[in-house]
Design a protein around this ligand. Structure first.
Ligand SMILES: [Zn+2]
Length: 144
């Protein structure tokens, strides 16, 4: 059974979440619904910094916005990888319109941009839409 990590938007508690169950994931501390859909965490100005600092697994963040066509065409690649790498990498999507503080901190110049964090620090990033195989190879290299 694979798992991922998510920080609660309400109380900032780090939660380990089991993937592949039908139950809605709730915070172990305050019982609020956790910001996760299937294997993808919904990153925010409230939870992302804590997740980056505390996650025992590497994290990959997809910085996107609803109006961005290339972001939408990259989304299925990211989703597919989130299933494939479940239990090895924490997958996060950050809506840069709704979370300008984190997007600003990352110094995002164009979207989509994907950033890998390891041990609380940025390891590498890449911008633009890349094909599925290439994204997989980039993830393998960046998260090992
Ligand atoms: Zn909570």
């Amino acid at each position: 059974m694979s798992e991922t990590y998510v920080v609660c938007d309400q109380c900032s508690q780090m939660n380990r979440v089991r993937l592949g169950t039908k139950k809605e994931a709730v915070c172990g501390k305050c019982q609020a619904a956790l910001p996760i859909h299937e294997a993808i965490v919904k990153g925010s100005d409230r939870n992302l910094q804590a997740l980056i600092e505390k996650s025992p697994l590497p994290i990959v963040v997809d910085v996107w916005a609803p109006w961005c066509g290339p972001c939408r065409s990259f989304a299925p690649t990211f989703e597919q990888a989130s299933t494939q790498y479940a239990g090895k990498v924490v997958f996060v999507k950050l809506n840069s319109d709704e979370n300008q503080q984190m997007a600003g901190r990352f110094g995002i110049k164009g979207i989509p941009t994907t950033i890998v964090f390891k041990n609380g620090k940025e390891a590498t990033r890449q911008s633009g839409v890349i094909p599925r195989e290439q994204f997989g190879a980039w993830l393998d290299y960046s998260t090992k």
